[in-house]
Each structure stands twice: as structure tokens, then as C-alpha cells.
Design a protein around this ligand. Structure first.
Ligand code: BG6
Ligand code: MG
Length: 220
């Protein structure tokens, strides 16, 4: 059976979620707005624009459009300064062996990310060549939890949504996968990602044979 495996990037393939957090935290501090870990969970998977809107709303702040653009640019500059130092050692546990397993099994692999920096990061950690399609923040109009990003990915790899499996570390992304009619697999904390069909702390916690059972349509 041919399936489509769609990976989120930040927090699933690489641990860039911490860099987004650091950059947003600095920006919030500069604005005199504090935000909690729980609020940070709500920023995961969410586009740059939506993230800044949320932070401003939490701090009860309104700013000019020009200031908004400036802050987004500043956040991305800081984020990119962390990315510049990244290498393959920052690939999360077992990610590459999962990609190799799927590739060798002739499965379809796509990226479904909100980030406009997705290609830069994938090439930085030398994983770009595994992906048959990349759908990212430069292609998508509606941010997660809208299913657009995953539906575009399934189209690009020509696999029906019901035969697609999504790996996600964010609440918004799990909701997007569920709405797309795909199997959702949370990577991270099961309390946070309780809406997912399955949750593993990371890929190394995924039982042997789990991926094979998905490919063979076996119940888990
Ligand atoms: C998502 C991250 O993958 O991409 C978010 O989880 C981030 O934290 C979003 O805001 C947009 O990323 P970028 O790189 O375009 O600012
Ligand atoms: Mg993510």
C-alpha cells in the first residue's frame, strides 16, 4: 500500500521550536509583554503573522502596520541568527532513520510546514533530498489549524487525504490534520496533544513495526 507521510518541520524534524520560542520571548520582553509556556504552545504551528497578533492581543497592545512589519522582521532576524549555527546534529532522534525506512519502502514523503524558512533549514541539516513535495509558509494562504497545508501536500504527492499520515508537535497542526481527514500522530507531550490519533514523545518511542502496520492498514 502506498501512503503519504507528511511531516511538520519545527519541533518534529528539528528542534527549532526552542529558537522560535527564544525569539518571541525576546520580542515580548522588549514590548513589556510576558507570556507563559502554555501560551507558547498556542504559538506552535502558527504563522509568523498570527503569532505576533496573538502576543499583542495577550499584552493588550495595538501598534501601527509599520511597527508590525518591523517587529516581524526583527523576530525573523533573531531566529535566523540561531538557524545559521545549526547543523545535522540538531535533527531530532530517529527522524532520519524513519525517513530512510519510508524512502526504501517506496512511500511518499512530503513536508507540511507553516514556516517560510523551511527549505533553508532542511538544506542546512541535509534532509532536503528525502522530500518529494514541500508545502510551506510560502505556498499557504490559511494558517494551521486550517487543513490547507496538508491538503496541498497530499495533492502534491498524489495520495488521498485518508491515506495520509501527519506528524505534528503542535495543537494547531493536529487539528489541521484531523480536519483534513488524515491520521494524526503527535510528537511530544500526550497531555498537550490529546486530540491526536497517536502520540509519541519522539520517534525513538515509536514501537518497532508501527510504521509498517500503518502501511499495511493493520489496526494498532
Ligand atoms: C511553524 C512554527 O512551523 O512556523 C511557528 O511552529 C512559526 O513557531 C511558524 O511561527 C512560521 O515560521 P517562520 O519561520 O516563517 O517564521
Ligand atoms: Mg511544529
Amino acid at each position: 500500500h502506498k501512503k503519504g507521510f507528511i511531516f511538520d518541520l519545527d519541533g518534529v524534524i528539528v528542534d527549532t521550536a526552542k529558537y522560535h520560542f527564544m525569539a518571541w520571548k525576546q520580542l515580548s520582553k522588549d514590548l513589556g509583554i510576558s507570556f507563559s509556556e502554555a501560551q507558547n504552545e498556542q504559538l506552535k504551528g502558527v504563522s509568523r503573522v498570527k503569532s505576533l497578533e496573538k502576543i499583542l492581543a495577550w499584552g493588550n497592545k495595538t501598534i501601527s502596520d509599520e511597527m508590525f512589519e518591523n517587529l516581524m522582521a526583527k523576530k525573523n532576524e533573531e531566529y535566523l541568527s540561531y538557524i545559521a549555527k545549526m547543523d545535522a546534529s540538531e535533527i531530532l532522534p530517529e527522524v532520519e532513520s524513519v525517513l530512510v525506512f519510508l524512502k526504501e519502502g517506496n512511500q511518499k514523503i512530503a513536508l507540511g510546514s507553516a514556516s517560510k524558512n523551511a527549505r533553508t533549514i532542511l538544506s542546512k541539516v541535509k534532509l532536503l533530498h528525502y522530500f518529494e513535495a514541500i508545502v510551506d509558509g510560502t505556498n499557504v494562504k490559511n494558517a494551521k489549524p486550517d487543513p490547507e497545508v496538508f491538503l496541498l501536500a497530499s495533492e502534491a504527492i498524489k495520495i488521498n487525504p485518508e491515506d495520509c499520515i501527519v506528524f505534528e508537535d503542535s495543537i494547531a497542526g493536529i487539528q489541521a490534520a484531523n480536519t483534513a481527514g488524515m491520521l494524526s500522530i503527535g510528537i511530544g507531550n500526550e497531555k498537550v496533544l490529546h486530540e491526536a490519533d497517536f502520540v509519541f514523545q519522539n520517534f525513538s518511542k515509536m514501537p518497532n513495526g508501527f510504521l509498517m502496520s500503518l502501511i499495511n492498514n493493520e489496526p494498532n
